[in-house]
Design a protein around this ligand. Structure first.
Ligand code: SF4
Length: 347
């Protein structure tokens, strides 16, 4: 058994008294649900309050069993944009490598839950095919290495991938997406960080959603990453009950900046099945962001974006991409000049 992590209800109940909402989740048949995995470190810093923002992100609730008509298994349309196993190519000059399905913690709001914690890590043969695709597609300049959690891939797999990328002989901007330094700072492998530090043009993208996730242990790990010359960015998700107030967002943005981490994106929740209890209605989300943008410096302000359902791509929620709204939907123009829509949900 992995002692640093809790992976079932019985272990969880040794730490917490479950609420009715949480217990109701565990008493369901549980077919095809996201696995449970929470570090003991995270349980320690979250305390015992059932409304704690860390708890809401990690302990499942009955809301995860409710599906709305607008939700889908694959809200970003990953499957239709995957020319090679493990590679998603949505935009001309950017691509995403899903190097592993593993995460240190399974976030209950995860939008890639059809993949996360269910399949496996990429093998060397699959990495070879990805490198071949990148060789044939010289227009790709920027790669996001994620999953799952990019840092949960083994040292050997990461080293093999970087070796392949470096063999392409062209500059590639690399971003590695990980939540491991946030949810289990001490479990973050220093040898992997050394390997990342040796790569050119590599950025690390964290996901911190609430200022209380940045403990002294986290601070030490963030410093260890920065000492290796790896710049840090943060992509947060707007989550109901977790960070859906201007104050929570302001504290998060300034908390990040004070630690040398640039707030990069704030995402509106994707329409992933079983996540409606986390989504903030877009109308309210725009109000929060509008007020935030008037109250923090430009350095501390992330961009606010949403992914259009079904593979429509990312749109920045600025006037230029907003087209119109009717009773049921907001309509946006994406970077390919196509119109996509996102539902107007109620509180
Ligand atoms: S770390 Fe990312 S991929 Fe993993 S469960 Fe959380 S949101 Fe999903």
């Amino acid at each position: 058994m992995d002692k640093a992590y809790v992976t079932n209800q019985a272990e969880l109940e040794q730490h917490l008294t479950l609420t009715d909402e949480e217990r109701a989740y565990f008493s369901s048949p549980g077919e095809g649900l996201l696995p449970l995995r929470i570090s003991r470190y995270w349980l320690k810093i979250m305390g015992k309050d059932p409304r704690n923002p860390l708890r809401l992100q990690s302990v499942p609730r009955a809301g995860e069993l409710d599906y709305t008509d607008e939700e889908s298994e694959d809200p970003l349309g990953d499957r239709v944009h995957s020319p090679v196993e493990g590679l998603i190519h949505h935009y001309g000059d950017r691509a995403l490598i899903l190097i592993t399905d593993r995460c240190a913690m399974y976030c209950r709001h995860c939008f890639r839950r059809h993949f996360t914690g269910r399949t496996s890590a990429l093998g060397k043969g699959q990495i070879d095919r990805i490198i071949e695709y990148l060789r044939e597609h010289g227009e790709i300049h920027e790669l996001l290495i994620s999953g799952g959690d990019g840092l949960m891939a083994s040292y050997e797999r990461l080293a093999y991938l970087f070796q392949g990328l470096n063999s392409l002989g062209r500059p590639l901007i690399k971003r590695i997406g990980t939540r491991l330094p946030v949810v289990d700072p001490k479990g973050t492998d220093r040898a992997k960080l050394d390997l990342l530090g040796e790569q050119k043009s590599l950025w690390m993208v964290l996901q911190v959603n609430h200022v209380s996730e940045m403990s002294p242990e986290f601070d030490r790990m963030a410093e260890a990453i920065r000492m290796r010359g790896i710049p840090l960015l943060n992509q947060a998700v707007l989550l109901r009950g977790v960070n859906d107030t201007v104050e929570a967002q302001r504290d998060l943005c300034y908390g990040l900046i004070e630690r040398g981490i640039k707030p990069y994106y704030l995402f509106q929740g994707d329409l992933a099945r079983g996540t409606s209890h986390f989504r903030v209605p877009l109308e309210r989300a725009l109000e929060i962001y509008g007020e935030l943008s008037r109250s923090v410096s430009h350095l501390a302000l992330p961009r606010f974006a949403l992914d259009l359902p079904g593979g429509g791509g990312k749109v920045n929620l600025e006037e230029s991409s907003f087209v119109k709204r009717d009773d049921r939907y907001y309509y946006f123009r994406n970077g390919r000049d196509e119109i996509g829509r996102y539902p107007r949900e109620s509180e």
